[in-house]
Design a protein around this ligand. Structure first.
Ligand code: FEO
Ligand code: CA
Ligand code: CA
Ligand code: CA
Length: 617
């Protein structure tokens, strides 16, 4: 890979070690300022006030919870200095909620679950489309804006692709199996060259549950368990108040989640489409690469311990001159799953009905069932179990694809006598030995792998791969946990993104408390790496107990948007003991209408260079 144009020019910041500062820190010559936070108005209506209860009605016109993946869509530019660098649509995911933050008075887990609470939490999920504009040298949310929009856990979505209308997607509320209410647990993202946003449904299983007596009468199926369904889910208890999330009252509803969803942000009335051709699993990101022949590849990870990496290749070609002709490209093509061989080669194995045992006698009646039961189909093909595939990013010049493997404490360790701590019996409870692509036992710090499809052809069935970096703490006494980072140490890589100059940006998702394994590495960070030399510098450190996730830029590279998720997170409920960011004002004045007794809020920050230069130079 070529070195980035202009290289990495900043001086790294120090790790945020204990006692942590509750702030974002960026290098000298840079500034980070809060743009938008959970509960901030997207209309003309007042912002959320921390003293008032969050409700469905308030959340429907305000920025959602737990910001994650995002992309900046520039307004059409009209030449040099065009408007696209100062005005655009920022589209962002809202992955999940912490009920103890949403409901002011919740003693979580003991209060009765009510339909109002479910509706409020559903409204906090989904996506925000936010018009942003640089006015007087600082990006701000335009409010109101005809483009500003909330898509939530209840917004009607179409189903597209081979599984549309499948018998396994039909419910009493939707007998046709073509119209799903909402999108949930959207983690990372992608975007298409035809100007649409791709959002990825990850841990959807956590919202479903069932009563003990119903499960005694009809136990969880192998299919449900393969996707991590469990009696109590992740403890949200929605099924107690909304039968849609009751696995026994509506057993097919869970099949309607776990997809990549395509959204046209330029049309506020557009209906999001679940693209089933891309397969159903715990989607992390959707990295779109257009080939020389204008066929479209989408590289995707299934983020769970010992799950797989996938590639979709379209059968239609992208038409740069006819936007409407591209609207169903992601409905037609072939889905593959990756097998990494020990010699540095790899194969893309087709998930095609009727081939390689994906047949009725093995439980796959048609292509729709292959896609709905994508994990089971991939199991049959001998795909390689990976150390939790998170984001993919492709080099802007070479199309080389990089993938974060965030960590895996079930790699190469002694088999447990029972299932995983989450009670599931999926591949996630497997404990595979180390292999060439996942070379470390008890992989606490994760690694970054990269591959090159043969001949630079996105449709190739083979590839070559190597490991870009093994993360770790170089001061750790155990050699296998030290990593091999050329520069500043980091661990648990998750967000991954190339800028236009070929600098690789890496965001981390670990405990964020600078304790234990993270005492030397400190809180979560955003790193910048040179893909050619591996040189890596720490660019940004974050507030306490948060994750750094979500990154996008204006076309000129001079304004960088970065997501800060769940500052202060503590499921026992004492968030404010850990963090009061951003309403502490430490990274600039926030838009909250009320001062004082606030709560930490997931937020997007804008990073700029004081001299107006390109970020990273
Ligand atoms: Fe939601 Fe895999 O991170
Ligand atoms: Ca993630
Ligand atoms: Ca993660
Ligand atoms: Ca997260």
């Amino acid at each position: 890979a070529p070195s980035p144009i202009g290289g990495i020019g900043f001086s790294p910041v120090a790790a945020n070690i204990a006692p942590m500062t509750d702030a974002i820190t960026v290098p000298p010559g840079y500034a980070a300022r809060v743009l938008v936070s959970w509960g901030d108005s997207l209309t003309g209506a007042p912002h959320w006030d921390p003293a008032l209860p969050m409700t469905e009605a308030v959340q429907l016109h305000t920025y959602g919870a737990h910001t994650d993946g995002m992309h900046y869509f520039p307004f059409p530019s009209t030449g040099v200095g065009g408007v696209g660098n100062t005005r655009g649509l920022l589209v962002a995911n809202h992955e999940y909620v912490d009920p103890g933050l949403v409901h002011a008075t919740t003693t979580y887990g003991t209060d009765a679950m009510t339909p109002d609470r479910v509706d409020t939490q559903l409204a906090a999920h989904g996506i925000s489309v936010v018009e942003v504009q640089d006015s007087n040298g600082a990006f701000q949310v335009r409010r109101p804006s005809a483009f500003n929009r909330r898509i939530t856990g209840k917004t009607p979505c179409e189903v597209g692709g081979p599984a549309a209308g499948h018998v396994l997607l039909r419910t009493a509320a939707d007998p046709a199996g073509t119209r799903v209410l909402g999108t949930l647990n959207n983690c990372a993202n992608g975007h298409t060259p035809w100007g649409t946003y791709l959002t990825c449904e990850e841990n959807f299983n956590g919202y479903f549950g069932a009563a003990a007596d119903a499960l005694a009468a009809q136990p969880l199926t192998d299919h449900e368990r393969r996707y991590g369904m469990a009696a109590a889910g992740f403890g949200y208890r929605w099924h107690e108040a909304d039968a849609r999330f009751d696995l026994r009252a509506n057993p097919n509803e869970q099949n309607r989640f776990g997809w990549v969803v395509e959204i046209d942000p330029w049309n506020p009335k557009s209906v999001p489409v679940k693209r089933t051709a891309l397969g159903r699993f715990k989607h992390e990101s959707a990295g779109v690469v257009v080939g020389a022949d204008n066929k479209v590849a989408v590289y995707m990870g299934d983020d769970e311990r010992n799950e797989y990496v996938y590639k979709f290749v379209s059968s239609k070609r992208f038409d740069p001159k006819n936007r409407a002709a591209n609207r169903d490209i992601l409905d037609h093509g072939t889905l593959y799953v990756a097998r990494f061989e020990a010699d540095g080669s790899g194969r893309w194995l087709p998930l095609v009905w009727g081939q390689n045992g994906l047949t009725p006698e093995n439980g796959f009646a048609n292509q729709g069932e292959v896609l709905i039961k994508c994990r089971q189909a991939a199991d049959r093909l001998g795909a390689t179990m990976m150390d939790r595939p998170e984001w993919v990013a492709s080099h802007p010049a070479t199309r080389e694809v990089y993938l974060t493997l965030t960590n895996n404490n079930r790699r190469g360790t002694t088999p447990a006598s029972s299932n995983g701590a989450d009670g599931t019996t999926t591949a996630a409870s497997a404990r595979p030995p180390v292999d060439a692509a996942n070379p470390r036992r008890d992989n606490r710090y994760g690694h970054i792998i990269r591959w090159r499809d043969t001949g630079g052809d996105v449709g190739a069935l083979t590839f070559g791969w190597d490991i870009f970096a093994e993360c770790g703490d170089s001061l750790n006494p155990q050699p296998h946990l030290q990593g091999n980072i050329n520069g500043d140490d980091y661990g648990a890589p998750d967000g991954l993104w190339f800028d236009a100059d070929g600098r690789l940006w890496i965001q981390t998702d670990q405990a964020g408390d600078a304790q234990g394994d993270w005492a030397n590495i400190g809180g979560n960070v955003m790193m910048c790496a040179d893909p050619a030399t591996g040189e890596t510098r720490r660019f940004l450190t974050s507030p306490r107990h948060c994750e750094v996730t979500g990154i996008t830029t204006t076309p000129d590279g001079r304004t960088l948007f970065v997501g800060i998720q769940h500052p202060g997170e503590d499921w026992s409920g004492s968030f404010t003991a850990n963090s009061t960011w951003p309403d502490s004002g430490i990274n600039g004045p926030t838009t909250a209408s009320a001062a004082g007794a606030s709560k930490p809020r997931s937020s997007v920050v804008v990073v700029t260079k004081d001299d107006g230069g390109v970020i990273g130079t």
